[in-house]
Design a protein around this ligand. Sequence first.
Ligand code: SF4
Length: 330
Amino acid sequence: MSKLIDNFGRQINYVRLAVTDRCNLRCQYCMPAHGIDIVPRKELLTFKEMYRLIRVLTELGVNKIRLTGGEPFVRKDFVGFLEMLSFNDLLEDINITTNGALIYNHIETLEKLKKVKNINLSIDSLKADRFNEITRRNVFDEVYKTMEALEKSNMNLKLNVVVQSGINTDEINDFVRLTKDKNIAVRFIEEMPFNGKGQREMQENWTFKKILNEIKKEFSVEEIQSEKSSTSRNFSIENYVGSVGIIPAFTRTICNDCNRIRITSTGTFKNCLFDDGVFNLRDFIRNGASNDDLKELFLSLIKEKPENGFIAEANRTKGNVSESMSTIGG
Ligand code: SF4
């Protein structure tokens, strides 16, 4: 079987698929209060099209998928799509990144889908007022209830916390404390100076190192050996049930082991988080491409994968990176 191996010898086994561009929250760092322009429905890939693209990718060695958005649970019958994906025998792990505001009632169903193993919940504050202010929606109680239910479920729970200078850095160690009794992996994401959407100026740069130093002020942490392609560097604290990680999203120190590609909700293929999309898969399949055509295409696109995120960013033609911070955290 042909495998997706790029020019730097990295084998791709992981695809991140955005199932929608819509979101039910309006996070300050992600979009303006009135929302962003959403694309017409017919421009979104259908679930059938997504299923097909993923099936072809799994025949080329992909065995893990992460579903993101927008917010994936905003898309009608997303749970049905998860059931559909579960029938792909070549897929081992189905992971989801969510803001948690719409999933409480689906947790039991998710638990039954054995391939749904990891849920990443985006939560940037443990203070109700602050959380509601950041998200511009009054959903903290719902998200917190969901977090507790997920922690007790048979799925692994990771919290993605975007560290935002001047907003929530005083809560870094509150999040760490959560891991004392809860089986949660808290992961702090370096804030990227994201550009173009009218966000505030960053007062300080909360890099990997600075976040780690903040944690070390209160806790004695020990680094855990992480999987080679892990997006975070992870740490344990003696007698704590959960763990803590930091994702160097901005400093991009993880590219050597990159194993991932992305497909946007409109079918744009991305070799790297920082590229601006290298091919429109939706039009390709709507124009009648066969599965063999798709395979050939994927094998050639992967040869264009940039060595790292800096090179991908330098090659952009369409301006700044616009992916939602909340979906960056693996
Ligand atoms: S920045 Fe690009 S190359 Fe680096 S790990 Fe992320 S997706 Fe992979």
